[in-house]
Write a protein that binds this ligand. Structure first.
Ligand code: SUG
Length: 448
């Protein structure tokens, strides 16, 4: 059983893969749409992500890495009728269906907040850590990520005495599941029983429930409930809340673009939820049942309009607990460049509350596809024995940082334009790179 004392929350950041590119595949995600068909820089993207991991690890935060997925996804292309040799198949897909080719090359697994929903052992009925890989079925380019995500999670969390990696939910609209991007845990501390908050965008089996009109709601209530059941969560400590459909229509495609929680603190925008007062009250009550007290840090629309929250990704930040009980807010550099957000953050620090430090990173390569600091990481709170039982080769330290950086510099291109996906050499380069990654992470056969 898990012990309470020295549990730590690990952040598993996605290592950006060699095919990171801008294909405009995510309808409803404003940044993805705005940067469609511009050239990306996969090398810089990976180095920016690694720099974040290294800096946070050096600060003493528990940091690990999740591997990129094999690309292109030949199985996807073959399943929709492209055949022949790899080179023939790629050439024909480029000619006849360039969007499908872009889907097969997507670097989206880098946003590991969407890899799975995770419930720590402190919350689950059987005292094990539960993972449900997200089916991401709202977007073709992400709808097969769960296959590789489950494989990687099972390789890292292989010890079944401590960990359960479920299958993804049935991949049908009723069970649209986007993983931890719509899930937050609040607790007195990482190692205490906490409340798990699931934020859904629509209800499949209630035609009268509010829903967005312009952009899709990717997460359903039915999916959130299924994950809570699979994980064996206690109903009194599980809260389901509807996202405000109007903000989905303004580009808030995941709840983590408008709210983030850690410890007893929920940092959120007043327009985040369909029923703000009811949602906060439900959280307050459930958290009181965990012997903890909700600290709601509410950002008003006069201070930060939703458009600025979406442009700056203020809420797609990481809230990290420090040993002195205070928290650091890890924000993308865009927050320092948005006048309203910069003003708000200066005031927040001046107020002298729990958040007493800002750490900002240049994550522009990821941000241009709608992925900020919080999208790039999957949180896994672990007891000391669980941390010791997971695969150790993915834990970030100076040595791993140096090896991964050298690997990126050896294999990644510094420019990827849409037409480059037709180049059969790119597929070979990626295959070579990923084969070399297996021993670096100590995960033989990961890409077999
Ligand atoms: O699913 N972008 C991702 C961004 C995910 C951000 N994650 C969280 N908010 N947790 C998405 O929309 C863009 C791919 C492209 O257009 O090429 C993309 O998939």
């Amino acid at each position: 059983m898990a012990t309470m004392a020295a549990a730590r929350e690990f952040n598993f950041d996605g290592l950006v893969g060699p095919s990171h590119n801008y294909a405009g595949l995510s309808f409803g995600n404003v940044a993805s749409f705005n940067n469609v068909k511009s050239a990306s820089n996969p090398r810089q993207a990976a180095l920016q992500g690694l720099a974040k991991m290294r800096a946070l690890a050096a600060r003493g935060f528990a940091q690990a890495v999740l591997p990129p997925h094999a690309r292109p996804n030949f199985a996807l292309l073959r399943s929709v009728g492209f055949g022949g040799s790899d080179a023939e198949l790629l050439a024909r897909a480029w000619r006849e269906a360039p969007v499908l080719l872009a889907c097969a090359y997507s670097g989206a697994p880098m946003w590991t907040a969407n890899a799975a929903t995770v419930s720590p052992s402190f919350d689950t009925a059987d005292g094990r850590v539960h993972f449900t890989p997200a089916n991401l079925n709202n977007k073709l380019h992400r709808a097969f990520e769960y296959v590789s995500a489950a494989r990687a999670l099972r390789a890292i969390f292989h010890d079944q005495r401590h960990f359960v990696v479920h299958d993804a939910l049935p991949s049908t609209p009723a069970f649209g599941d986007e993983g931890a991007a719509n899930h937050t845990r609040l607790a007195a501390q990482h190692g205490a029983a906490g409340l798990e908050l699931f934020v859904y965008g629509r209800v499949e089996f209630d035609a009268a429930a509010p829903a967005p009109r312009r952009y899709p709601a990717r997460q359903t209530l039915e999916a959130s409930q299924a994950v809570a059941r699979l994980h064996g969560l206690a109903p009194a400590r599980t809260v389901f809340v509807q996202q405000n459909p109007q903000v989905i229509d303004q580009g808030v495609f995941h709840n983590d673009v408008i709210a983030v929680g850690n410890g007893e603190l929920l940092f959120y925008h007043e327009d985040a939820f369909a029923d703000e007062a009811g949602s906060i009250e439900a959280l307050r009550t459930a958290l009181a049942g965990c012997a903890a007290q909700l600290q709601a840090v509410r950002v008003g629309r006069e201070a930060v309009p939703v458009a600025d929250a979406v442009a700056s990704y203020l809420f797609n930040s990481q809230l990290l607990s420090k040993p002195d009980g205070k928290m650091a807010l890890v924000v993308p550099r865009e927050c320092r460049e948005n006048a309203a957000v910069e003003r708000y953050l200066a005031q927040l620090l001046q107020d002298g509350g729990t958040i007493d430090e800002l750490i900002d990173f240049d994550l522009r390569q990821s941000m241009r596809n709608g992925g900020g600091p919080a999208c790039l990481r999957l949180r896994v709170a672990l007891s000391p024995s669980e941390a010791a039982a997971m695969h150790q080769g993915v834990i970030m330290d100076e040595q791993l940082y140096a090896r991964l950086t050298a690997w990126v510099e050896r294999h990644y291109r510094d420019r990827l334009a849409p037409a480059d996906l037709a180049d059969p050499q790119l597929a070979r380069e990626i295959e070579t790179a990923l084969q070399e990654l297996e021993p670096i992470l100590g995960l033989p056969g990961l890409y077999a």
